[in-house]
Design a binder for this molecule. Structure first.
Ligand SMILES: Nc1ncnc2c1ncn2[C@@H]1O[C@H](COP(=O)(O)OP(=O)(O)OP(=O)(O)O)[C@@H](O)[C@H]1O
Length: 717
């Protein structure tokens, strides 16, 4: 901090480090921060925004960009946490790149195209594009290889996502031979041709894009900005732009950022951690943090944030070993790392409960606990264990298992068997079951017809038994069984379910239903990505195992499920734990993080590249503040190799020493200001006693060194 330029914004709840103050006050056009997990990147970007507001910049001229809705929520919360009043914080533009791009495109008149976030919603368009390739190029090009099974479609969508994120599609390919262009883009010729057809179809209308899949808005805006200088000028004139999680940056998002920064009076601060890159499929790369900004902005300045403030040295050093990079903590806190073991999935669920109960016994609130999973299929055992222990939980980004498509399908079949859809209280869940029956039964219904079926069955549950006859088989003369690939299989499965005795064993009945429609194969056809299909299969297996262990009849199991849903869907303001996938927790933090299923074949997942899996584990473990509980198999050989790499025993002594060092440093810290809790009616009183007013925080304070005694009743802890 320079004498001539003291900070005008003073945060609440933390004593800023000199490194943070330097970033808060930085005047450089482009500032980059590459720092470890928990090293206060988000907080420091919030401080930069606080400083801009304190210097009277209108909040509307500040833009905070992130890559995921979760990171957006964290940023919004952090603005409030550091003491920016709600009235100002809510006017700062905090958005994901995709939402920001969609908004800019809509404002520029490029159409508010329908957004289709699911791969399966895009499947008909991909098939159509392939049809057009076949019509147009058969006999024209060699090696045309049209494959319409889902693994091929999945690869196609993946290629496309990468081509768009890297802006490779936007390259000047017009005068190239088709084969040459495909080779340049490193994609098979058929995929390249299909991408061209797909994009012509998607962008073909007079009024802009017809539909947008994931990431298409970012791509479309990046293209528009590259093609016309006017569209860049039409962007709102932000004076301060910050970008969090910069490790998620890809070429398309980079172009949008550059267009915003093109204004001479726009200042940028970006923060990221190259070890948190978990979206390489979306073109994320450490290249940007390391080189690309530097090439465009040679005078950019790198600022350090050396210490993590989220957790103490024990976890910091474990991560140092795991990631083989320097990690230091500034906290005098012993972040405990506990290990528990199990023999099977149910046992893992029980150990999750043991970890939560230990936390509660130690006097801490349940809300501090987060259970982070590698994959969603792992949640069945955990959710059941929570239910059994009557521990409430929330699943912020991941649907609870009872609400997932494959389980909704099985629940729908059980409802048909027992003629009891009425027992499902929520109309929304009833409608979702109808949709799941149509999806997994692979019956093709026109969208309006499916909506009608959902609406009518949700309202009149007794119609479910006749679902097939009424809506698919054309009982009213409108259905089109010829279009329904799996129609007859589904009809037979429904008939089978309807003939089941409520007293039969639930697991056997479920197994038979899955066999009837060959659910595993169906999942491979329906879920375009092989990874998703594998998660669905594991999820179904977990559900059947649950029925098996319950030993219940169909009727009893149905009741168990409905009671579980009532428990899981209860709104909770307190006394709940968080359950989510690790990828969704990026940027968040929790007092106690529990990582279940740390076993070989689960984490790292063999279906993904090793580097990205390592980063995901690093993201998961570094969400913890006070305690990290690691759950792995009793059999050492079955444990995730990541556990040994943390070298927990070897680093403990150094961590203890670091805690002592940090305690001494904390005792010497002096807050920049002492804020008072004086109300508006007490303003004259505290003013008369010598307090000053902080306009940006809208609060009274006393300078350090002043006599605090007269203010004791207003001093915040
Ligand atoms: N000066 C400080 N003193 C004490 N705690 C701080 C300070 N600055 C930030 N923190 C705390 O450190 C924790 C981590 O901060 P933050 O979430 O900003 O880190 P991050 O680098 O963005 O993390 P991630 O890499 O996981 O996104 C938060 O609890 C925050 O309140």
């Amino acid at each position: 901090m320079t004498e001539s330029n003291p900070p005008r914004f003073t945060p609440q709840g933390l004593i800023r480090t000199p490194e943070q103050t330097a970033i808060q006050l930085a005047q450089n056009k482009v500032v980059l921060i590459d720092a470890n997990a928990g090293a206060a990147k988000t907080t420091t970007l919030a401080l930069r925004i606080g400083e801009a507001l304190a210097r009277k910049l209108p909040p509307e001229q500040i833009l905070a960009l992130v890559f995921t809705p979760e990171a957006r929520d964290v940023m919004r919360q952090r603005l409030l946490d550091i003491g920016i009043p709600y009235a100002a914080a809510s006017r700062v533009d905090v958005a994901t790149f995709e939402d920001f791009a969609a908004r800019m495109l809509a404002q520029s008149g490029s159409g508010a195209a329908e957004r289709l976030p699911q791969a399966r919603q895009l499947k008909p368009y991909v098939l159509h594009a392939l049809e057009r390739v076949s019509e147009r190029y058969t006999g024209q090009v060699e090696y045309l290889d049209i494959r319409t099974h889902n693994i091929a479609l999945s690869q196609f969508l993946d290629f496309q996502l990468t081509l768009k994120a890297t802006m490779a599609l936007d390259a000047d390919l017009e005068y190239m031979e088709l084969e040459e262009a495909a080779e340049l883009l490193k994609v098979p010729l058929t995929d390249y041709l299909a991408t061209r057809e797909y994009e012509t179809m998607r962008l073909g209308g007079d009024d802009g894009a017809q539909f947008r899949g994931p990431f298409d808005a970012t791509y479309d805006l990046a293209c528009q900005l590259s093609q016309s200088a006017e569209s860049a000028q039409a962007l709102p004139g932000y004076r301060v732009v910050v970008c969090d999680e910069l490790h998620d940056l890809n070429e398309a998002a980079f172009r949008i950022l550059n267009a915003l920064l093109a204004r001479p009076d726009c200042y940028f601060v970006g923060a990221g951690d190259k070890d948190q890159v978990i979206y390489t499929k979306l073109g994320a790369s450490q290249e940007f943090l390391e080189h690309r900004f530097a090439r465009l902005y040679p005078s950019l300045k790198h600022y350090p944030l050396t210490y993590t403030y989220r957790h103490g040295p024990h976890l910091a050093y474990a991560m140092q070993e795991f990631k083989n990079k320097p990690v230091e903590s500034s906290l005098p806190l012993h972040t405990e790392i506990r290990q528990l073991h199990y023999t099977d999935a149910d046992g893992c669920g029980e150990q999750v409960i043991a970890a939560i109960k230990a936390w509660k016994r130690d006097g801490y609130p349940l809300e501090g606990c987060a259970i982070l999973l590698r994959d969603r299929h792992q949640s069945i055992a955990v959710e059941n264990a929570l239910l059994k222990a009557k521990i409430g939980y929330r699943t912020p980004a991941m649907a609870g298992y009872l609400q997932r498509d494959e389980i909704l399908f099985l629940r729908g079949m059980l409802a048909i068997a027992l003629r009891d859809l009425e027992a499902v209280k929520s109309l929304e869940v009833r409608a979702a079951m109808v949709e799941a029956l149509a999806v997994f039964g692979e019956v093709q219904l026109a969208p309006e017809r499916l909506e009608m079926a959902k609406r009518e069955v949700a309202r009149t549950p007794s119609l479910l038994g006749d679902f097939y006859t009424l809506y698919i088989n054309g009982g009213d003369g409108y259905g089109d069984p010829a279009r329904s690939a799996g129609g007859s299989v589904m009809a037979a499965a429904i008939q089978y379910a309807a003939g089941l005795d409520p007293a039969v064993n639930a697991a056997e009945a479920l197994r038979a239903i899955c066999g009837q429609i060959n659910l595993e194969q169906a999942a491979k056809r329906i879920f375009v990505r092989p990874y998703e299909a594998s998660v669905v299969s594991k999820s179904v297996a977990g559900f059947i195992a649950f029925a098996e262990h319950s030993g219940q009849t169909l009727a009893e199991f149905w009741q168990t499920l409905n009671a579980a849903e009532a428990f899981a869907s209860r709104k909770r303001e307190k006394d709940y734990v968080t359950l989510d996938c690790a990828g969704n927790a990026k940027g968040k933090e929790f007092e106690h993080v529990i990582l279940p299923f740390l076993e070989a074949g689960e984490f790292p997942s063999p279906m993904f590249a090793g580097g990205e899996e390592e980063n995901l584990f690093y993201v998961a473990a570094t969400r913890a503040k006070a305690r990290l509980t690691l759950l792995s198999p009793s059999e050492a050989a079955q444990r995730s190799p990541y556990l040994a790499r943390m070298r927990l025993a070897a680093t403990a002594a150094a961590a203890e020493q670091a805690i002592n060092r940090n305690s001494e440093a904390v005792q010497q810290q002096i807050p920049a200001r002492y804020y008072l809790s004086a109300t508006i009616h007490e303003a004259q009183q505290v003013k008369a006693l010598g307090a000053k007013f902080d306009w940006s925080r809208k609060a009274w304070y006393v300078e350090p060194g002043g006599d605090l005694a007269p203010f004791s009743r207003w001093l915040r802890s």
